[in-house]
Design a protein around this ligand. Structure first.
Ligand code: LLP
Length: 423
């Protein structure tokens, strides 16, 4: 029984009662379905298998910024994924999860010296370079280590994609990538550097890209770029086409993966290079929920507030991007419908998951889930208001596995130091 389904008026995840998970592990808690992750991975890999020849399958580099739990990484690795990282921390997570360094690509506009050094030492597949200063720095560090760094350049196609302006990355004004005005000279510069081996181009136009034709528009900019670089006498043997696939939060039109794969076949494949993809949200987003308990039902003359025990520190997306997340009652699902503002305990009005949401009538102690929280959920959580981080639980084959225990107050307070002058 895969995914989130109702049984005897109680919501279950992969056949396990969320009520039981709450009783055993407490709330709030992030809960993930291993089956949903596998379904998503297979859907993406399957579409590519249908469209592309067996010997030209893409390297599916999971963008682990979406959910970097080491168990989730390890599970995706077991399904066949490679990895995209954006920090030394994510490199360490990837290696700990068992990825081989040559399965890892490093992206980001601000790669630090220690991160570049760690990636070179490990022997990663490539750096996706975003600027000339970064290129010069990688050349310098690789030189000091007596190495040659393999790089691709992130091309900024000036094609806007992304479900919110804060997660659109492909516009000329964005901090990402290198525009056509300087990509050719940068490639030439790289080819002339002793410790750099330029091998291709990358692109990532944004996240939760719901206007799916945008992917095609962005792809269509690549043949000109690749051909011009080749005419300059350089090799282009890798094309990293990024991530950004949308998931369902409310009523989004999903990307037809077969269409996407056909665009890859028709536009990217003829360029005859190794294809890399960087899906994040698509693989894990719909697999996760936050399980939460109602602390109080507060009725005012104006509104009905459902004050729950999770908050914006656990899931920042509604506050940060005005993001919609589905909310469902876990039990008593057939109770009469009432309108609620669902809010957390944090001392900000912004700590609101939704307003005027129709939900079955709930009482103190009832459970609910906030849906589609598997991506950019726990990994963006904080300790704001000195709230311990919730546990992460992965359900697989009818068993709930704790993959991150709830943070204790000792964990939370123990690292801070009162200096001597205050003693
Ligand atoms: N590759 C690069 C270079 C990226 O910057 C990203 C996401 C991805 C791949 C994966 O994109 P995805 O397939 O997950 O859309 N915190 C925001 C999303 C930020 C995305 C950042 N970059 C949110 O909660 O919506």
């Amino acid at each position: 029984m895969s995914g989130y389904k109702e049984k005897n008026n109680v919501l279950h995840i992969d056949g396990v009662s969320l009520q039981e998970i709450a009783a055993t592990h407490g709330t709030p808690a992030y809960v993930y379905s291993a089956d949903v992750i596998k379904t998503q991975y297979d859907a993406l890999a399957g579409a590519m298998q249908r469209a592309l020849p067996a010997n030209q399958q893409p390297m599916l580099c999971y963008a682990c910024k979406a959910n970097s739990n080491i168990a989730i990484l390890s599970y995706l690795k077991s399904l066949g994924a490679s990895l995209e990282i954006v920090s030394e921390g994510e490199l360490r997570r990837g290696l700990k999860a068992g990825f081989k360094a040559e399965q890892i690509v490093s992206t980001g506009v601000g790669k630090s010296d220690s991160e570049i050094t760690a990636c070179l030492k490990a022997g990663i597949h490539q750096f996706n370079v975003e600027s000339i200063p970064e290129l010069e720095n990688i050349n310098r560090i690789a030189g000091g280590m007596g190495m040659v760094a393999t790089v691709v350049f992130r091309f900024n196609p000036n094609v806007s994609g992304g479900g919110h302006h804060k997660i659109s990355t492909g516009r000329k004004r964005d901090k990402f990538g290198i525009g056509e005005d300087s990509i050719y000279s940068t490639y030439q510069m790289a080819a002339d550097m002793e410790h750099i081996n330029p091998v291709g181009i990358s692109m990532h136009i944004g996240s939760q890209v719901c206007t799916v034709e945008t992917f095609k528009t962005a792809f269509e900019t690549l043949p000109r770029i690749v051909n011009t670089i080749r005419e300059q006498g350089h090799k282009v043997v890798r094309l990293d086409i990024g991530g950004g696939f949308p998931i369902i939060y409310k009523d989004e039109k999903l990307l037809d993966l077969d269409h996407y794969a056909e665009w890859v076949r028709d536009i990217i494949l003829p360029l005859n290079a190794e294809i890399i993809m960087e899906p994040g949200r698509y693989l894990v987003g719909n697999a996760g929920t936050i399980l939460t308990e109602v602390v109080y039902v507060k009725e005012t003359s104006d509104r009905n507030f459902l004050v729950v025990d999770t908050a914006m520190n656990d899931l920042i997306r509604p506050t940060l991007y005005d993001a919609y997340h589905g909310i469902e009652a876990v039990q008593n699902r057939d109770a009469p419908i009432t309108k609620y503002d669902v809010v957390g305990p944090i001392c900000e009005t912004g700590d609101t998951f939704t307003t005027d949401r129709e939900l079955p009538k709930m009482e103190r102690g009832d459970l609910a889930v906030i849906q589609s929280a598997g991506a950019y959920g726990f990994c963006m959580a904080s300790n704001y208001n000195t709230r311990p981080m919730p546990p992460e639980i992965l359900v697989k084959d009818g068993t709930a596995h704790v993959i991150t225990p709830r943070q204790t107050y000792d964990d939370l307070l123990g690292r801070e130091v009162i200096p001597d002058f205050l003693k």
